[in-house]
Design a protein around this ligand. Structure first.
Ligand code: NYM
Length: 217
């Protein structure tokens, strides 16, 4: 059970290009926080378990094809399905570590060569979702990503698209109110782990301690 008198848990998002090591780093971050006695839950998007998530999964595996707008809205709907759970879980005092969020939604859709899908358009269906307290962006150049075993068979795992994805992430970083912390994911796993830790721990302590109240801007 969460410690009493806790205001709420922190909402931590880890973003990054494919092969940046998000999954490993999310696991390491969670176990370190857990070892310190924090109450932790993890979540990842896309969550491929729900009905909508299964539709997304089969699209990513190239089993089905969909209009770009349709799949974009499914990714967003997949987050909305979890929005209430996120709010309730934070309110109970759990800190949530979330592997990808709406930033992924924006950049992957906008990276398609479809002029109708601008970053601005792509953000609209996610407006109103719970706002993260801290967002980590694991940055890796496409050539480094490819050295990690090359891309697989899933949609989006192509060099040109990955390059555009990275450029769009960097654009978001520089946007006013972007608020993402960039970490070079090309270093050793231990070095990356430590940098993430140094960024995230103060936020978790601040939010759990009730000394931080975010207002959606
Ligand atoms: N992806 C992920 C999107 O295109 N839009 C989204 O909103 C999200 C959350 O799904 N290549 C893409 C990025 C990834 C792919 O993610 C699967 P993962 O983290 O490999 O399971």
């Amino acid at each position: 059970e969460p410690r009493n008198s806790m205001v709420r848990g922190a909402f931590v998002v880890v973003e990054g290009v494919d092969r940046a090591g998000k999954t490993t780093q999310v696991q390491r971050l969670c176990s370190k926080l857990y070892a310190l006695g924090h109450n932790i839950k993890t979540i990842r998007f896309p969550d491929r378990v729900s009905t909508i998530g299964q539709m997304i999964g089969s699209y990513l595996q190239n089993e089905t094809n969909m209009d770009d707008h349709v799949v974009h809205l499914l990714f967003s709907a997949n987050r909305w399905e979890k929005a209430k759970w996120i709010e309730e879980t934070l309110a109970k005092g759990y800190t949530i570590i979330c592997d990808r969020y709406y930033y992924s939604g924006m950049v992957y859709s906008a990276a398609k060569n479809n002029p109708a899908l601008s970053l601005e358009w792509a953000k609209q269906p996610d407006i109103g979702l719970p706002k993260p307290d801290v967002v980590i962006f694991l940055d890796l150049e496409p050539w480094q990503a490819e050295q990690r075993g090359g891309y697989g068979e899933e949609k989006y795992e192509k060099r040109e698209l990955q390059q555009r994805v990275r450029e769009l992430y960097l654009q978001l970083l520089n946007a006013p109110g972007g608020g993402m912390k960039v970490i070079n994911a090309g270093d050793s796993m231990d070095a990356v782990e430590e940098r993430i830790w140094n960024e995230v721990l103060p936020w978790v302590e601040m939010v759990e301690g009730g000394t931080y109240g975010a207002k959606v801007g």
